[in-house]
Every structure is written in structure tokens, then in C-alpha cells.
Design a binder for this molecule. Structure first.
Ligand SMILES: N[C@@H](CCC(=O)N[C@@H](CSC=O)C(=O)NCC(=O)O)C(=O)O
Length: 278
């Protein structure tokens, strides 16, 4: 494991680490913000999953979380969105599949199955490695959030692993990959035609099938988001939660698009909401 950079920010430390991953069989990079409170004892962790085309760097540079994490004493952990450094057939052909588009699934189809293991990476190895890099992380006290494809990751992994994640939020998440072109392409490519396997990676299907987050779920969605009606469909999540009695706070934000300007605007709200549940 190697510390690539460390930069002072709001009294804490913004770090970037690389390590050799057993799950992906590649080098992986993640960023980790340690608040000032990490000098004195264990700190809770917010795990942030990024969207299509992103690395750890997008949210680290543009998410604007450091000031509030410093104030609340929260660590902020941001992994990459796929394995890197491979050259699998078709891996780099499109922005919404392959590199930069791991969708937080464990692929079962070739040639992806050996390396595209982002669910296992994020929920297992990443947390372990981050805990070794920073023993001040309280790995019993983790919340999960994310944006778009990463919002889908936060919802699905959070719903599947209530033992690991105490609270879930999302910025403009893909609500139901089964019902949108991005999701159909990714789940078909990584998991094949088995719709039962798809349901394990669809927040609405998981809720229909009984998964719950007791602490509730917070979602913010911009109403000028260019992906809103075709890809994100928050009304599907709203309906699944309503039918199942799953508490959901969904804020529809007038005029906001899909960008990091939107995320940075509502980051503080999400950190305070998650922090109250940690
Ligand atoms: N075609 C676009 C789409 C890429 C894009 O908008 N990516 C979003 C996430 S979309 C859902 O997962 C993003 O976060 N981009 C990075 C950023 O810093 O804004 C394209 O290729 O640009």
C-alpha cells in the first residue's frame, strides 16, 4: 500500500492511496479524508461511490465535503469506479460500460468476472485496506452515499448490507437499473440474461424483495438533470419505498442538473443527515 499524496485541508488530511487489490487483480486508488478528530480517536466513515467516467478524484476535488467532515469529525472514503490498467476486449469503447463504469457489481460473465468485482471490493477489501492505512477509522460506524451510478451502488450495497452500513443517502441515483438503458447495458454485460441476478443489483427490486434500511434513505434529485427521465427515474424508488413502508426523504431540487455543482450544493445536508445516524 502506498500513500501517493497528503494535503492539509480544514485542519485534517486529504490523502490518496494506491494498493494492489486481490479482488480486481489490479492496482486500485482511493482517496481518504481524515478530519482533525482522527488525531484523538476513532472516527465514523462516510463511503462515497462515484458515477460513470469518474475516478476517486472527481468528488475529492469538486465535492466540497472537507469543511463539513472536519466540523462533524467524519472520515470520507472515495474509491475508483472500476479496475484500471487492463485492456479487456471492448473495455474502453464506451463511457457507460467497462472502465469507469463498474456499476458496483460482481460480474459473472467473461471477460469481466475475474476483475470486475466492485461489490466485493467496496464492501470488503477497500474497507479493510483503508482501516490498515488509517487505524483511526471506526469500521463499525459507516454510512454509504454516492452519485448516479454511485447512487445506485450506495442504495443497493446499503440495502444488502445493513450489518455494514448504518445509513444510506444518494445524489441523483439510478433508481432501477432494470428499467433504464444504462442499467440494462451494464447488468446484461456483467451478469448475462439471468434476471434473478439483476434483481440483486436493483434498489427497487431489493426493496420489493424485503431489503430495508431502518435509518431511512435520503435522496436529492435535480429537476434540470439531463438524465432524469430516461435513466434516473426517482418516481420508481419513491413508489417502491411507499409500497414497502421504507422511509425515504426525496428532495426534488428545482433548477439543478447532474453535475458536481449540484452535488457540492447538497453535500453538507447529506453529511449532516448521515452524521446524525452514525
Ligand atoms: N456522456 C457524459 C456522461 C458522463 C457523466 O455525466 N458522468 C457523471 C456521472 S453520470 C452517472 O453515473 C459524472 O459524475 N461525471 C464526472 C464529473 O466530474 O462531472 C460524459 O462522458 O461526459
Amino acid at each position: 500500500m502506498e500513500l501517493n499524496s497528503e494535503t492539509r485541508s480544514f485542519g485534517g488530511r486529504q490523502q490518496v492511496w494506491t494498493h494492489q487489490s486481490k479482488e480486481t487483480g489490479t492496482e486500485m486508488t482511493f482517496s481518504l479524508y481524515l478530519p482533525p478528530a482522527a488525531e484523538d480517536g476513532p472516527v465514523p466513515v462516510v463511503l462515497y461511490l462515484s458515477g460513470l467516467t469518474c475516478t476517486h478524484a472527481n468528488v475529492t476535488d469538486k465535492g466540497g465535503f472537507q469543511r463539513v467532515c472536519a466540523e462533524l469529525g467524519l472520515a470520507f472514503l472515495a474509491p475508483d469506479t472500476s479496475p484500471r490498467g487492463l485492456d479487456l476486449p471492448g473495455e474502453h469503447d464506451s463511457y457507460d460500460f467497462g472502465s469507469g463504469a463498474g456499476f458496483y457489481v460482481d460480474a459473472t460473465q467473461e471477460p469481466w468476472a475475474k476483475h470486475y468485482r466492485m461489490e466485493s471490493y467496496v464492501t470488503g477489501e477497500l474497507l479493510k485496506v483503508a482501516g490498515e492505512a488509517a487505524p483511526c477509522l471506526d469500521l463499525e460506524d459507516i454510512a454509504i452515499t454516492g452519485h448516479s451510478m454511485g447512487g445506485h451502488g450506495a442504495l443497493t450495497l446499503g440495502l444488502k448490507r445493513p450489518d455494514l452500513f448504518k445509513a444510506i443517502s444518494a445524489f441523483a441515483p439510478i433508481s432501477s437499473p432494470i428499467h433504464c438503458p444504462w442499467g440494462q447495458k451494464a447488468l446484461g454485460g456483467y451478469l448475462g440474461d439471468d434476471l434473478t441476478a439483476w434483481r440483486r443489483y436493483d434498489a427497487c427490486a431489493l426493496i420489493e424483495d424485503g431489503a430495508r434500511c431502518e435509518a431511512g434513505i435520503l435522496v436529492d434529485q435535480g429537476l434540470s438533470d439531463q438524465f432524469l427521465s430516461e435513466q434516473l427515474k426517482p418516481e420508481l424508488l419513491e413508489e417502491a419505498c411507499r409500497k414497502a413502508g421504507q422511509p425515504l426523504t426525496l428532495h426534488r431540487q428545482d433548477g439543478y442538473d447532474h453535475s458536481y455543482f449540484f452535488i457540492a450544493t447538497f453535500m453538507e445536508d447529506h453529511l449532516r443527515w448521515l452524521g446524525e445516524r452514525l
